[in-house]
Design a protein around this ligand. Structure first.
Ligand SMILES: Nc1nc2c(c(=O)[nH]1)N[C@@H](CN(C=O)c1ccc(C(=O)N[C@@H](CCC(=O)O)C(=O)O)cc1)CN2
Ligand SMILES: NCC(=O)N[C@@H]1O[C@H](COP(=O)([O-])[O-])[C@@H](O)[C@H]1O
Length: 221
């Protein structure tokens, strides 16, 4: 009797809005066997997202829910939720997904929705973080992976990676340095989750049963 391995693996649905380099990191982690999970679908709110091409090239089903076609967030979120739930994911992964989600949507996926944010939360919530750090003359920046909460970028932070800000930095050079870290820590966090090691308990991130009272600090090699 053949066992369909696809049904045995933890199921991910990845939401994107842009390039999908974090999605590509998950695809690589799965292809190399480091991450034992299955990406059931990649859904974008932007039809032009290059990440859709990355998914298609990897044979992953894609879908588009264009926020421009909805007159309010609730209707957009309901359609998005219905599409996601069709895949019955164990985990929803926001990977550069650029829409603020409604509280009902976030609560529906409580404890099983992650986001990666390009700052050392709680610093620089919101968008255009690299630009804001440069404008403020900051000398340190970084990236955070957190459980998603109704409060924008306010969910329990799991891990952070710091990077220096160099005097010569531009938004793109800073983003590039940050993304090198993203592509390491995000697959690691998802691995912890699908292995059952990372959980949200009483609105606190826990790893191996221990509450993460402070984010894990990732030290790059
Ligand atoms: N309720 C929540 N929704 C989302 C969260 C969250 O933590 N709670 N994380 C974000 C991801 N994110 C930062 O990490 C983020 C995404 C988008 C925005 C934003 O201001 N979006 C604008 C549109 C911006 C654009 O299209 O370029 C908007 O939705 O009006 C801020 C932060 C995902 N959602
Ligand atoms: N506020 C959310 C946000 O800004 N997320 C950021 O979008 C980029 C997506 O890159 P990718 O599409 O190449 O994965 C990533 O750098 C991620 O931190």
């Amino acid at each position: 009797m053949s066992i369909d391995n696809a049904t045995a693996l933890p199921t991910l649905v990845v939401l994107i809005s842009g390039s999908g380099s974090n999605l590509q990191a998950f695809i690589k982690a799965i292809e190399t066997g480091r991450l034992k999970a299955r990406i059931a679908a990649v859904i974008s709110n932007r039809a032009e997202a290059y990440g859709l091409r990355r998914a298609a090239d990897a044979g992953i089903p894609t879908d588009i829910v264009s926020h421009r076609l909805f007159d309010n967030r609730e209707n957009f979120d309901q359609v998005l939720q219905d599409k996601i739930d069709a895949f019955q994911p164990d985990l929803v992964v926001l990977a550069g997904f650029m829409r603020i989600l409604t509280p009902n949507f976030v609560r529906h996926y409580e404890g099983r929705m992650l986001n990666i944010h390009p700052s050392l939360l709680p610093l620089y919530k919101g968008i255009h973080t690299h630009r804001r750090v440069l404008e403020d003359g900051g000398n340190e920046h970084g990236v955070s992976v957190h459980f998603v909460s109704p409060e924008l970028d306010g969910g329990p932070v799991i891990i952070q990676a710091k990077v220096p800000v160099l005097p010569s930095d531009s938004e793109s050079s800073l983003a590039e340095r940050i993304q090198e870290q993203e592509h390491v820590i995000y697959p690691q966090v998802v691995k912890w989750f699908v292995e059952g090691r990372l959980k949200l308990v009483n609105n606190q991130a826990t790893l191996d049963g221990n509450a993460l009272t402070r984010p894990i600090q990732h030290l790059s090699a």
